[in-house]
Design a protein around this ligand. Structure first.
Ligand code: PGA
Length: 259
């Protein structure tokens, strides 16, 4: 595993974007696995800058997103659902700024009529695309990868998953702040790629920043592998593995005292 510790969020974001851009230049038709949340926003901003200022070309790139809340998506009438869907997030924070082809974007469909069937279809689509070259990952406060909440099998595949209490707490703020949604009205389920699906990516790139993530990052990288913290599966990733942190997120690691 390669561990990069940046000075701050901007540093972390720039390093992550550089790795992704290098892959796109090397393999213009690469398959990227993408993540949502506060952590990757800086990485996406930098990729957008590279596209605009340096001509980084996304026309051949295919993407698969990790997850989506069940029951919301871009098409629903209720305004809050539109605001909070990860499809909306990806469109606003990344895709609408790039020359990526619409048909090359894949995001779990939170409005699928038959979500189980959709999950099998999603796995098939990833296979058909030739597998994921690089999977960008954050880490949740409860140690989740995507929405693989504590108790998810490390062999799990794309499926419908109930959200943990902590995830509901962590994500409540964005639902409430943006749209005044009460906790009981938040989606309590999600479609998520499985840990097993993620582990098949050829390069896993995990990013985390801030003091809030220090404890869980130390558990994920230095703790015992366990379904209690599904991000510990990074220790099992057979392909290339990179972790990029800022100083704060790295502050509880014991084996990185050197800098
Ligand atoms: P965050 O979420 O980037 O908003 O902290 C990370 C995650 O839940 O995976």
């Amino acid at each position: 595993m390669e561990l990069i510790i940046g000075k701050n969020y901007e540093d972390m974001s720039k390093s992550a974007a550089d790795i992704i851009a290098e892959l796109i230049r090397l393999k213009p038709n690469c398959v990227l696995g993408l993540a949502t949340g506060g952590t990757p926003i800086g990485t996406y901003k930098e990729l957008i800058r590279m596209h605009i200022e340096e001509g980084l070309d996304f026309s051949g790139v295919k993407t698969f997103n990790l997850d989506e809340y069940l029951g919301i998506g871009l098409d629903l009438q209720k305004p809050y659902t539109q605001d909070q869907s990860y499809a909306r997030f990806m469109h606003e924070e990344l895709f609408k700024h790039l020359n990526i082809k619409k048909e090359n974007i894949h995001i779990p469909d939170g409005l699928a009529k038959d979500p189980q069937k959709f999950c099998s279809h999603y796995e098939e689509e990833i296979k058909k695309a030739g597998g994921i070259d690089l999977q960008l990952l954050g880490i949740g406060g409860d140690g989740h990868w995507a929405f693989n909440e504590p108790g998810s099998s490390l062999y799990s595949r794309t499926r419908v998953q109930p959200l943990s209490k902590q995830t509901l707490e962590d994500n409540f703020e964005s639902f409430y702040k943006k749209s005044g949604i009460k906790k009981e009205d938040m989606p309590h389920f999600a479609i998520t790629m499985g840990v097993g699906t993620i582990l098949e990516s050829r390069h896993a790139l995990m990013i985390a920043n801030g003091k809030k993530k220090a404890e869980i990052i130390s558990k994920a990288l230095e703790g015992s592998i366990s379904w209690e913290v599904t991000a510990t599966a990074i220790q099992l990733h057979p392909g290339k593995t990179t972790v990029i942190l800022d100083k704060d997120a790295a502050s509880k690691l014991t084996w990185t005292a050197k800098e």
